[in-house]
Ligand binder design. Structure first.
Ligand SMILES: [Zn+2]
Length: 278
């Protein structure tokens, strides 16, 4: 009995390791692309990313005046549009945790916020402000690809790990200390990404969109639009310079073979914008 279970464990580990390395190989490219890793990859289970993400979701749901969520039941057409964009990105086969994270998406009704974000574990939020500001679906796909990359590359999970250490983080979530969990949730919502993480998220936006119906440089057109705009959104002031980001996205796209489609989907996007509440 003992030997049998030991064999079973050995077998399942080797099968798992086999799958994992095959998967990792398919995420490696000559332009710096690789499976998510680093300290967080070694020390933290991805379920902890989901737990941290849920802590932020809880903070958002407790604060409807700052986060007025557009109801999906009464706005099915708008959600149909945003689900389509999200699913196209997820089905690109380049999102590493496509099947592990929930990738739940919500629209926040605030026309003054040119922003979108994604918590660890894949809870995506997009403001009506940025949807209305952009010109076409390809630009929004570029922005959403960028936000999805922050979760898929485990950027904020990695920051929390550095700050708290793995033992404290696990202890907070296993003890169910609501006050500490709320603190982590709120902290994640105020988190600033490093320059390196921002650049990586831009690069992965290109990888995700390559092979979809969208122009893979979707994020670039967003930065070009922002760069020429009189009102640079507040969240961008902490990001690398938009012009440098445009150049970096172009370089990544060229390195990946300059391929992909050219779809922008202006008409479909106009329908999306028009069905949002005024
Ligand atoms: Zn970012």
């Amino acid at each position: 009995m003992k030997i049998k279970s030991l064999l079973l464990i050995t077998f399942s580990i080797s099968v798992f390791a086999g799958c994992s390395s095959d998967k990792d190989a398919s995420f490696t490219d000559n332009c710096g692309g690789k499976a998510p890793g680093g300290a967080v990859g070694l020390l933290m289970n991805i379920n902890q990313d989901i737990q941290m993400g849920l802590a932020s979701v809880q903070q958002i749901e407790l604060d409807p005046s700052n986060y007025p969520i557009l109801d999906s039941a009464t706005n099915p057409v708008a959600y149909g549009h945003i689900y389509r964009i999200r699913n196209t990105i997820l089905n690109s086969s380049k999102v590493y945790y496509k099947d592990e994270f929930p990738w739940r998406i919500r629209i926040i009704k605030d026309d003054n916020m040119l922003n979108a974000f994604c918590t660890p574990g894949g809870y995506i939020y997009v403001y009506t402000g940025i949807i209305k500001y952009l010109d076409n679906e390809m630009q929004l796909a570029g922005v959403m690809g960028h936000e999805i990359a922050h979760a898929d590359r485990r950027h904020s999970a990695n920051q929390m790990l550095k700050q708290y250490g793995v033992e404290t983080l696990i202890q907070i979530f296993t003890s169910g200390n609501t006050q500490q969990i709320a603190q982590i949730g709120a902290q994640l919502l105020a988190l600033k990404f490093s320059r390196t993480d921002e650049t990586e998220a831009d690069d992965y936006s290109v990888r995700y969109l390559l092979g979809t119906e969208y122009d893979p440089q979707g994020a670039k057109y967003f930065f070009q639009k922002i760069s020429g705009s009189a009102t640079i959104p507040e969240f961008l002031s902490t990001h690398p310079n938009p012009d440098n980001r445009v150049l970096n996205i172009e370089e990544t796209w060229k390195c990946l073979g300059s391929g992909g489609n050219t779809g922008t989907f202006d008409a479909r996007y106009l329908e999306f914008k028009n069905c949002l509440p005024k």
